[in-house]
Design a binder for this molecule. Structure first.
Ligand SMILES: [Zn+2]
Length: 157
């Protein structure tokens, strides 16, 4: 019997959204305020869903402490309180959008999760209360879907 299991964690990091091959005005046209030159920060919330066989002895897909340990070691420790563009080599030539960060997380999680005996089902990265990005564990390296939740309208009484 298989089941999926989701665990959550969070980290804080800074980024700047701009393509180095484009000028400032063009980057502002694409990325808006996120292209401002000195970066800005987010409190990222991450949901990681894994899938595996339920161990008949323990009743669990994977030992939760081991799963959290992998997230802490592979994601939180390297990314927390970093400037992603400069501190993480992967983003030296990729714009660290929520989509690209989610793909990065998926790609570095796959092997350690496989060693725990589970497969990566889904990574969902919340960049703010208004937007999140989801990538599936089995999809190709370039696919991501992102969701932007419209801000609630201000209702004046
Ligand atoms: Zn941002």
């Amino acid at each position: 019997m298989q089941a999926s299991l989701t665990v959550s964690t969070h980290f804080s990091a800074a980024h700047r959204l701009a393509r180095p091959d484009l000028d400032y005005d063009t980057n502002c046209g694409i990325y808006g305020k996120c292209a401002r030159p000195h970066g800005h920060g987010h409190d990222y919330h991450l949901d990681v869903t894994v899938r595996g066989e339920i161990d008949p002895r323990t009743g669990m897909v994977v030992e939760l402490g081991a799963l959290h340990g992998v997230l802490q070691e592979v994601i939180v420790e390297p990314l927390d309180h970093r400037f992603l563009n400069k501190d993480i080599p992967y983003f030296a030539d990729r714009v660290p959008t929520a989509e690209n960060i989610a793909i990065y997380i998926r790609d570095i999680l796959r092997e350690p999760l496989r060693q725990l005996g589970v497969t990566l089902d889904k990574v969902k990265l919340y960049e703010s209360p208004n937007n999140s990005c989801e990538v599936l564990g089995t999809t190709s390296i370039d696919s991501a879907t992102s969701t932007t939740t419209a801000k609630p309208k201000l209702v004046l009484a």
